[in-house]
Design a binder for this molecule. Sequence first.
Ligand SMILES: Cc1ncc(COP(=O)(O)O)c(C=O)c1O
Length: 407
Amino acid sequence: MSLLTPPPRLLMGPGPINCYPRVLNAMSTQLVGQYDPVMTGYMNETMSLYRKVFKTENKQTFLIDGTSRAGIEAVLVSIVEPGDKVLVPIFGRFGHLLAEIAERAGAKVHTIEVPWGEVFEPQQIEDAVKQVRPKVVAVVQGDTSTTMLQPLDEIGAICRRYDALFYSDGTASIGGNPFETDLWQLDAVSVGLQKCLGGPSGSAPVTFGERYLDIVNKRRHVEAGIRNNQHVDGQASRIRSNYFDIPMIMDYWGEERLNHHTEASSMLYCARECALQLLEEGIDKSIARHQLVGDAMLAGVKGLNLKPFGDLRHKMTNVVGVYIPEGINGEAIRHTMLHDFNIEIGTSFGPLHGKIWRIGTMGYNARPDAVYQTLQSLETCLRRAGHKLSLGEGVDSAYAVYSGHAL
Ligand SMILES: Cc1ncc(COP(=O)(O)O)c(C=O)c1O
């Protein structure tokens, strides 16, 4: 085998996307020991940076080692005791994932659904909460499977009225869409790096408020081999996962530095750099950039005589769904885009499989040149496949969106 030489793909799907170069640099930085004060200093800095990313005062803000679903699993397995009720409003594939993970953790899961391409009104969620009286309401913010962004700002108050915890998975949306942990009264949040934060998958930042912690701390149980006679077990049932045991992970990130896992240091470097990049740019500026570039891509696909998918009032800034035109082989176009133009665009899941493509503009790739390159290449593929369009209209329409804006 030879050295790794992956082709220089432009990743314009729903994530993962190309990393910010500074994030790649951070990942290849040399390791230090797990308890080296330099390393624990980086851990503290990472906690503080992600408090800003999440817009929270929560002390317990840190990383779960693993991809985004590791974050989801840690949140849910630590809070759910067998038989607890969890309500999951589902508007796409990742709502099903939350339900699946909660169920495996032993929850009695109740779901409500809207058709893919739509989101919930707060009243629909309130009605369900009133009826089910769940311990936890678990909602995805941006579901890349449908490109829809669920408004979360009213759900926290609903949850407080009915004494439910409010958890959201903001993996696909944070950094490119507004996210307000404290203002929206979220009790737990998990995300990933591989979308608007512009990193690879493999680390899941999380944050927890006091209402969540009051419950999981009652399930505290320090494993044999590291426990001492000062450790007292909580009264509630033991968390069923060791790896995703939030109280033990907090003890590792906290002052006690109790040995749990060996921190995935390269991913921590990387997560730290993603947060720094976002905060140096400014969260509001990053959201505005994703909005503008997303609007340009939307105008561009319309310019190619393609029809966008879903309720556009609730589209995420960073991804657009596009109907595959009648008579066009969607997978053949994706194949040509990838192999002849080095550009990846996304396929879709479930009821949308074979019906739409998903085109992302996020993180490092939320840039005008990436938009033009994608539209120009897609135009060539579509034209050669017999799709009717006006030459140049895709790029021109995108270009017009930028006029008067400085990026
Ligand atoms: C909203 C959302 N949640 C969870 C995931 C799962 O992430 P991972 O594949 O990193 O575990 C994704 C991945 O695309 C996602 O978009």
